[in-house]
Design a protein around this ligand. Structure first.
Ligand SMILES: [Mg+2]
Length: 294
């Protein structure tokens, strides 16, 4: 009998996942797949549970949680070169990646999709020693998910990020960076930068509409220092899905990016919604890093 390793984060978001657990196990077993369950939490040993997962008897690794849970699983899989397919069930506060690969919101339909066994290699981003599947970023608004109060997050879900972000706006100061891509060098005073593996962030799917998690490239978006008024117009344009042609925006596709902070204050970069490594940053796209149920 084949097996799946199912990791779920019981504390994730406003999830009702645990109520469905028994039925989900039943569904796998009806398809002759045994389920090994791991409850991820603050003091677990997920690495121990996953590190020997590169074997033929394993049908897949399933992460039921948000982007944070997925990021943890991906980091362990990359560390141990695990090529067993990874499936994702959107059961967190922020499920940007699952949304990007069109996983259904309905848990049972997710299992159907995983059982259809459509496995494809996808890219993984690497920022210094930390892997990311969605985005690596720093500057204004970018670490609201880290900073949002736990209770606020539980009560309001993603709205808590916007509230936290809005509070930050008034004390934010731009910072100076040196950014090098495969082909260019930028010396700029900026509000923020975002490096996408090719997926959406914060629901802003329009942001990089032609980007892909299978093109071997990262999408770099730099928002330069600009007035609050200009920033407002910029955000409105992005939300409306209008073109990305703005004098305050630099947008490049590249395989590698190095970022040095030159002057000013900026919190540690954010990686998939959690605190990432500090500057200077060396970011690369690892082509076909993991296999995924799509
Ligand atoms: Mg890409």
């Amino acid at each position: 009998m084949k097996k799946v390793k199912l990791i779920y984060n019981s504390g994730a978001g406003q999830s009702k996942f645990t109520y469905f657990l028994d039925t989900i196990i039943e569904k796998f077993m009806a398809n002759d797949i045994e389920v090994l369950i791991y409850r991820a939490g603050e003091r677990d040993n997920l690495e121990e549970f996953l590190k020997d997962s590169d074997n033929e008897n394993l049908y897949g690794i399933i992460a039921a949680g948000g982007d944070g849970t997925l990021n943890r699983v991906v980091n362990i899989m990359m560390k141990y070169s695990i090529k067993t397919p990874l499936g994702v069930i959107p059961a967190g506060t922020s499920n940007d990646f699952a949304k990007h690969i069109n996983m259904p919101n309905n848990f049972y339909e997710c299992i159907d999709k995983i059982l259809a066994n459509n496995v494809k290699p996808i890219d993984v981003g690497k920022a210094n020693d930390k892997y990311f599947i969605n985005v690596c970023s720093a500057g204004l608004f970018t670490n609201s998910s880290q900073k949002a109060d736990k209770n606020l997050k539980k009560a309001l879900g993603k709205l808590s990020y916007f509230i936290t972000g809005a509070k930050e706006l008034f004390k934010f100061r731009p910072f100076s960076v040196k950014i090098e891509t495969d082909e260019e060098l930028f010396l700029e005073k900026i509000n923020l930068f975002l490096i996408f593996n090719g997926s959406s962030v914060g629901g802003m799917t329009y942001f990089t509409s032609d980007s892909s998690i299978q093109d071997g490239l990262l999408d770099l978006v730099i928002i330069k220092n600009c007035s609050l008024h200009e920033l407002g117009g910029l955000v409105a344009n992005i939300m409306a899905g209008r073109s990305f042609d703005d004098k305050n925006v630099i947008y490049k596709k590249t395989k590698t990016i190095s970022i040095q902070k030159l002057k000013g204050n900026c919190d540690k970069p954010d990686v998939d919604g959690d605190e990432g490594p500090d500057f200077p940053l060396e970011v690369t796209c690892i082509e076909n890093g993991i296999n995924m149920f799509l």
